[in-house]
Design a binder for this molecule. Structure first.
Ligand SMILES: [Fe+2]
Ligand SMILES: [Fe+2]
Length: 223
C-alpha cells in the first residue's frame, strides 16, 4: 500500500460498491457455467451458496449503514445529494433481494435443477439492473471531492471507522462476509479496506481461525 493513501469515506463506499458489483458479475458468470455443465460438484455448490449469502448479507448491512448513518450525516452537514431518491432505490431493491434470497434457498435444495439455476440467474439480473444506476448515483454525489471539501482528512479517517464498525456490527456471518469483502477486492484496495477492521480480524481470524469456514468460496475470490 502507498503510505500517502489514507482511508476516506468515499473510498470505502467505492470499495464496497466494487465488491458488490464484482460479486454480482461473478455470480452471473457462475450460473452460466452451471447451465452449460452436467453434474455440479457438491463442494463448488456449497462455496457458491456461501458466496451468494455473503453478497446478500453485505447488501443489507451496506444499505443499513447508508440509511442510518451515512446519508443522515451528510444531509445534516449540507452535502447536496438526492437523498430521497437514493433511499427510494434501497426500498426498490428490497423485494428483489428477498427474491434473490428465495432463489438461493430453492436452488440450494436441488443444485442440479436447471429451472432453479435459471431462476437464480434471473434474480441476479434483476438486482444488477437496479444496482448499477444506484451505486453510480451515490458516487456522483458522495465522492472524494465533495466529501473532501466538507470535512478534514482526520475527520474522514474517524468517520470511515465509525461507519465501518456500524456496518460490521450488522453483518450476519462475519466469518464469511469479511473474507468475502476483502477477497473480492484487488490487493491494493484490499489493504485499504482492511484498515477498517480490528487487527485481530485481519491477522488472526480471517487467515487462521475462520479459514475453514470461508475457504469453500475460494474459486470465486481474488486469492
Ligand atoms: Fe445505497
Ligand atoms: Fe452504496
Amino acid at each position: 500500500m502507498n503510505d500517502n493513501q489514507k482511508i476516506t469515506v468515499a473510498g470505502d463506499l467505492i470499495r464496497i460498491h466494487l465488491v458488490i458489483t464484482r460479486a454480482i458479475e461473478v455470480s452471473l458468470e457462475q450460473t452460466c457455467l452451471f447451465t452449460k455443465k452436467g453434474e455440479i460438484v457438491e463442494n463448488l455448490a456449497e462455496g457458491f451458496i456461501n458466496y451468494l449469502r455473503s453478497l446478500l448479507s453485505l447488501f443489507h448491512s451496506h444499505h443499513l449503514v447508508e440509511d442510518e448513518q451515512i446519508f443522515p450525516y451528510f444531509q445534516e452537514h449540507k452535502l447536496e445529494a438526492p437523498y430521497q431518491m437514493m433511499n427510494d432505490q434501497h426500498q426498490d431493491l428490497l423485494p428483489l433481494l428477498d427474491n434473490l434470497e428465495n432463489s438461493i434457498n430453492d436452488w440450494a435444495k436441488d443444485v442440479n435443477n436447471h429451472q432453479l439455476i435459471s431462476n437464480l440467474q434471473k434474480s441476479l439480473q434483476q438486482v444488477q439492473t437496479l444496482w448499477i444506476p444506484h451505486f453510480q448515483l451515490e458516487e456522483e454525489y458522495l465522492n472524494e471531492e465533495n466529501i473532501g471539501s466538507l470535512i478534514s482528512d482526520e475527520e474522514q479517517v474517524k468517520l470511515a471507522h465509525q461507519f465501518g464498525e456500524y456496518a460490521a456490527k450488522h453483518i450476519k456471518q462475519d466469518y464469511l462476509v469479511i473474507p468475502f469483502i476483502l477477497f473480492n477486492l484487488p490487493a491494493e484496495e484490499r489493504a485499504l479496506m482492511a484498515e477498517v477492521f480490528p487487527a485481530v480480524v485481519i491477522e488472526e481470524l480471517v487467515p487462521h481461525r475462520w479459514k475453514d469456514k470461508w475457504q469453500s468460496m475460494s474459486p470465486f475470490l481474488l486469492l
